[in-house]
Design a protein around this ligand. Structure first.
Ligand code: FAD
Length: 643
C-alpha cells in the first residue's frame, strides 16, 4: 500500500460554500483546530452564483414582518412537511446572521433611510430578501472569506503560522468518510492537481457539499453539484431524508442550447417582471391553487397595484412558490402556447425604465446580452424550468445539525434535508446555510472537545480500501473484468438524460420504474468506467469517481419518488395529481441496502438503496396556533387536527 500523508485536526469541514465557511468560522472561534476542504478554488463555491438575496424577517421594508410570519411562509412553501423545529430556528435566527455579516464587512443595498434593503420573492408575505444587486452570493462568500483570513491573521500573531488553527485545502476532493466503529475518524481525499491521496484525521466532520443537480441534463447548478456529500453520508451509514423533493426553478434560460438551464433570478419577478404565453396572456392567474387563493390577486390591476400598496392589495400570481410556477409554465408549453424555443416569455422591459433594470438586475442584463444577444431592457426573455435545488438531504438533528446514526458527522446547507419540506422558498437557502452552518460548526467543535483523549483512530485498512477504490478507473477493462472499459462522459450524459426524461418535473409510475432499470444498467457499466493517462489533473478520472455519487443519489431520488403516491411541492405525480393529507406526516428515508458490505459487496444490477417510512414529529401546538384552523385543515391529517 502506498504511503498516504496524514494530518490531525479537531473538525474537518467538507465544502467552502456559505455553509462550510460559516461552520468553519464558528468551529475555529469556539477553539477547534479546523480544516476546510473543497473541490473548487477557495472563493469559487456554488454559493457565489446566488443572486436574489438572503431571506430574513428584519422588517426593514415592512414593519409587520416577524419571525412568525417567516416561519408560516416557510411551512406553507414546504407544504407542511418541513422539519418544523428547523423552520422555527431558521426564521428566528436569520436576522442575526445577516446583521452579523454586515459587521464582518458585507455591503448590502440600502433603503432610502439607510437600512438594509429587502426585496420581494415568491411565497414570502413581505419584502424579505437582503441583497446586493443580483450578486448576493458573491458578497456573502467574499465576506466569509474575509472573515476567514482575518482569523488566520489573528492566529499568525499568536502562533507565527497563519494555518495553525484554520486551514483551507482547495481543489481537493473527499471520496470517503473514515470511521472507527460507529464514530467518524476523518476523511480520505485526493488533490485534484497532483492526484496525491491524503487523510485528514478528525473526530468531527461537517458535510457542506451542496446539491445534486449535475445528475439532471437541464440544470442551473455548477460542476461541483454531483451529490458527493449525500453519497458520503450514505456510505458512512447516515440516512437521507425525502430525496424525492427536487426543485425545478421556473425560470432558466432556454436558448441558445449551450446555456440552457442557466438561472434567471426570481428577483426579475420580485421586481415586477410578468410571465406571458405565446398569445400574450398573463397566464399565471389561471394557476393559483385553492390553498393559496385568498393570498393572491385575481386581476392584473390588483396585482400591479400591489407593488405600490402591498397592504391593501394581494400579490401577483407570478410570485407563487416555485413549484406552482414551474408546473404552470410546463403546462402552457405542453398546451402549445410556448415561446419559439420551448419556454414562455418573462418581461421586465415594459415594466421598468431601462436604467432601473440595469441597476437592479445587472447580472441578468449582462447574462442575456452576452449569452443570448437579448437586451432585456427592450425585449422579453424566454424562460423555462431548470433543475435547481434539492430539498432532500442528510437526516439531521434540528438543533445540532448532527447526522442521524453516525456520531461525529454533521451536515449543513443544501446537503442537509428537512428544513424546506417539499419545496424551498427563494432566499431561504442563503439564510439556511448561515443559520445551520453556524450550528453545525458550533456542535462539531463541542463534540470534538468533549471527547478529550477518547478520540477515534483512523484504520489503515479503510485507507487502503479507499485508495484502491479511487484507483480503480485506471485498471478498468483489465483481464477478468466483464466487458470493455466505459467512457465516464458517455455514462454521465446517459444518466442526465435518464433523470431529466424519467424522474423530472412531472413523474409517472412506469417511467420511474424504467429509470430504476436504466440506473441499474448504468451502475453495472460504471463499475468499468475507465480512464487513460495519470493522476495529475485528469478530469476524466474525477468524473469517473463522481459517477458513484451521482448514481447513488439518483437511485434515492427515483426510489423515493416512486414510493410517494401524491403530488406535493417539488414532487409532481401525473398519476397522483393531488396532495394527500395522509402523506403529510410521512418521511421517506434512504439508506444503503447492505451497510455492512458496502457497495463492493452488492451486485450493481440490484438496487443499492433501502427505503423506509417514518412518521414525522407532531408540530408543536404553539407553532400550529400561528395558523388559522381553516388553513390547517387543508394540510393536516384528521388525527393531527384532532390532537
Ligand atoms: P455550496 O456553496 O455549493 O458549496 C459546496 C462546497 O462543497 C464547494 O466548496 C464544493 O467545492 C465543495 N464540495 C462538494 N463536494 C466535495 C467533495 N467531495 N470534496 C470536497 N469538497 C466538496 N439561494 C438563496 O437563498 N438565494 C438566492 O438568491 C439564490 N440564488 C441562486 C442562484 C443560482 C444560479 C443557483 C444555482 C442557486 C441559488 N440559490 C439561492 C441556492 C443557493 O445558492 C445554494 O443552495 C447554496 O449556495 C448552497 O450552499 P452550500 O454552502 O450548501 O453549498
Amino acid at each position: 500500500m502506498s504511503v498516504v500523508d496524514r494530518q490531525e485536526w479537531d473538525v474537518v469541514v467538507v465544502g467552502a460554500g456559505g455553509a462550510g465557511l460559516r461552520a468553519a468560522i464558528e468551529a475555529r472561534e469556539r477553539g477547534a483546530r479546523t480544516a476546510v476542504i473543497c473541490k473548487s478554488l477557495f472563493g469559487k463555491a456554488h454559493t457565489v452564483m446566488a443572486e436574489g438575496g438572503i431571506a430574513a424577517a428584519m422588517a426593514n421594508a415592512n414593519e409587520h414582518d416577524t419571525w412568525q410570519v417567516h416561519f408560516r411562509d416557510t411551512m406553507r412553501g414546504g407544504k407542511f412537511l418541513n422539519q418544523w423545529r428547523m423552520a422555527e430556528l431558521h426564521a428566528q435566527e436569520a436576522p442575526d446572521r445577516v446583521w452579523e455579516l454586515e459587521t464582518w464587512g458585507a455591503l448590502f443595498d440600502r433603503t432610502k433611510d439607510g437600512r438594509i434593503s429587502q426585496r420581494n420573492f415568491g411565497g414570502h408575505e413581505y419584502p424579505r430578501l437582503a441583497h446586493v444587486g443580483d450578486r448576493t452570493g458573491l458578497e456573502l462568500i467574499r465576506t466569509l472569506q474575509q472573515k476567514t483570513v482575518a482569523l488566520q491573521q489573528e492566529d499568525f500573531r499568536r502562533t507565527g503560522d497563519h494555518e495553525s488553527r484554520l486551514k483551507v485545502f482547495q481543489e481537493c476532493t473527499v471520496t470517503r468518510i473514515l470511521k472507527d466503529g460507529d464514530r467518524v475518524s476523518g476523511v480520505f481525499a485526493y488533490d485534484r492537481e497532483t492526484g496525491r491521496f491524503f487523510v485528514l484525521q478528525a473526530p468531527a466532520v461537517v458535510l457542506a457539499t451542496g446539491g445534486i443537480g449535475k445528475s439532471f441534463k437541464v440544470t442551473s447548478n455548477s460542476w461541483e453539484y454531483t451529490g458527493d456529500g449525500h453519497a458520503l453520508a450514505l456510505l458512512a451509514g447516515a440516512p437521507l431524508l425525502n430525496m424525492e423533493f427536487v426543485q425545478f426553478h421556473p425560470t432558466g434560460m432556454v436558448w441558445p442550447p449551450s446555456v440552457k438551464g442557466i438561472l434567471v433570478t426570481e428577483s426579475v419577478r420580485g421586481d415586477g417582471g410578468v410571465l406571458r404565453n405565446s398569445e400574450g396572456k398573463r397566464f399565471m392567474f389561471d394557476y393559483v391553487p385553492d390553498v393559496f387563493k385568498e393570498k393572491y390577486a385575481e386581476s392584473e390591476e390588483e396585482a400591479d397595484r400591489w407593488y405600490e400598496d402591498p397592504d391593501d392589495n394581494r400579490r401577483p400570481p407570478e410570485l407563487l412558490p416555485r413549484d406552482e410556477v414551474a408546473r404552470a409554465i410546463n403546462a402552457e408549453v405542453k398546451a402549445g402556447r410556448g415561446s419559439p424555443h420551448g419556454g414562455v416569455f418573462l418581461d421586465v422591459s415594459t415594466r421598468m425604465p431601462a436604467e432601473v433594470i440595469r441597476r437592479r438586475l445587472p447580472s441578468m442584463y449582462h447574462q442575456f446580452k452576452e449569452l443570448a444577444d437579448v437586451d432585456i431592457t427592450a425585449e422579453a426573455m424566454e424562460v423555462g424550468p431548470t433543475c435547481h435545488y434539492v430539498m432532500g438531504g442528510v437526516a439531521v438533528d434540528s438543533d445540532t445539525a448532527a447526522a442521524r446514526g453516525v456520531p461525529g458527522l454533521y451536515a449543513a446547507g443544501e446537503v442537509a434535508g428537512g428544513m424546506h419540506g417539499s419545496n424551498r422558498l427563494g432566499g431561504n437557502s442563503l439564510s439556511d446555510l448561515l443559520v445551520f452552518g453556524r450550528r453545525a460548526g458550533w456542535h462539531a467543535a463541542e463534540y470534538a472537545r468533549a471527547l478529550a483523549d477518547r478520540r477515534p483512530r483512523v484504520d489503515d485498512a479503510q485507507v487502503g480500501t479507499a485508495s484502491a477504490e479511487a484507483l480503480r478507473p485506471f485498471s478498468a477493462g483489465a483481464e477478468g473484468e466483464a466487458g470493455p472499459p466505459e467512457n465516464p462522459y458517455t455514462l454521465h450524459q446517459e444518466l442526465q438524460q435518464t433523470m431529466n426524461d424519467l424522474v423530472g418535473i412531472i413523474r409517472r409510475e412506469g417511467e420511474m420504474e424504467q429509470a430504476l432499470h436504466r440506473l441499474a444498467e448504468l451502475r453495472t457499466r460504471a463499475r468499468r468506467a475507465g480512464v487513460e493517462g495519470h493522476r495529475q489533473f485528469n478530469p476524466g478520472w474525477h468524473l469517473a469517481l463522481d459517477l458513484r455519487n451521482m448514481l447513488l443519489v439518483s437511485e434515492c431520488v427515483a426510489r423515493a419518488a416512486l414510493e410517494r403516491t401524491e403530488s406535493r411541492g417539488g414532487h409532481t405525480r401525473e398519476d397522483h395529481p393531488r396532495m394527500d393529507r395522509a402523506w403529510r406526516n410521512v418521511n421517506l428515508l434512504c439508506a444503503l441496502a447492505d451497510p455492512a458490505g458496502g457497495l463492493a459487496a452488492t451486485d450493481p444490477a440490484r438496487g443499492q438503496i433501502r427505503l423506509t417510512r417514518e412518521t414525522t414529529d407532531p408540530i408543536r401546538p404553539d407553532l400550529l396556533a400561528l395558523f388559522e384552523k381553516e388553513e390547517l385543515v387543508k394540510y393536516l391529517a384528521e388525527e393531527e387536527l384532532y390532537e
